[in-house]
Design a protein around this ligand. Structure first.
Ligand SMILES: Nc1ncnc2c1ncn2[C@@H]1O[C@H](COP(=O)(O)OP(=O)(O)O)[C@@H](O)[C@H]1O
Ligand SMILES: [Mg+2]
Length: 169
């Protein structure tokens, strides 16, 4: 499912609908896309909706940020500066945090190549070269449960009369 957002505020709305579709099972999410596309911004808005008030940074050197929520523990990996050595040391954590009951975001998942568990819900973010306020968020998954989550999320977008953001191609 691909969404065209035309402003930062619309990104915030979409992130809130995404967060409101979550239940206590959590979700294992990978984020890919160009630098500056809006991956950290999306995570920040999801956490804001979940009332996590500890500041979320876009960590250059910190690989993992951890947050507490009454619903589930939340982990935000940023693999941008990860080296081969570092990848070996976090493989177990990646597996552990892909289990149910945890909300995990893996930003720059492309740097972990084959080590990302296959059940991920994948978000790819791209910007429009002609208008930098416009961003495309593409949600996909090979996992059936995650696919159901995407359907639930899509229904909320429709219920909020935001269908004009959905792209069909
Ligand atoms: N519609 C939009 N959605 C998300 N970010 C946007 C949008 N329009 C402008 N931006 C800006 O783009 C930047 C995205 O940065 P960031 O989320 O850190 O990127 P990434 O983590 O993908 O490298 C932010 O400065 C944000 O304010
Ligand atoms: Mg980032």
């Amino acid at each position: 499912m691909k969404i065209k957002v035309q402003s930062l505020d619309q990104t915030k709305k979409i992130a809130a609908l995404f967060a409101s579709s979550l239940d206590k099972d959590g979700l294992f999410v990978t984020l890919t896309g160009d630098i500056g596309a809006g991956k950290t911004q999306f995570v920040r808005y999801v956490l804001e909706y979940l009332n996590i008030n500890k500041k979320v940074t876009s960590p250059s050197f910190v690989i993992l940020n951890e947050y507490k929520s009454p619903l589930f523990p939340i982990y935000h990996f940023d693999l941008y500066r990860l080296e081969k050595k570092g990848l070996d040391s976090i493989i177990l954590e990646l597996r552990e945090y892909s289990k149910t009951g945890v909300l995990t975001f893996i930003e720059w998942a492309e740097f972990a190549h084959g080590e990302i568990p296959k059940n991920a819900l994948r978000i790819n973010v791209q910007y429009d070269n002609n208008n930098l306020d416009i961003r495309y968020f593409n949600f996909s998954s090979l996992d059936e449960a995650n696919y159901k989550f995407i359907e639930k999320f899509q229904k909320r977008i429709k219920d909020e009369h935001l269908s004009n953001m959905l792209c069909f191609e």
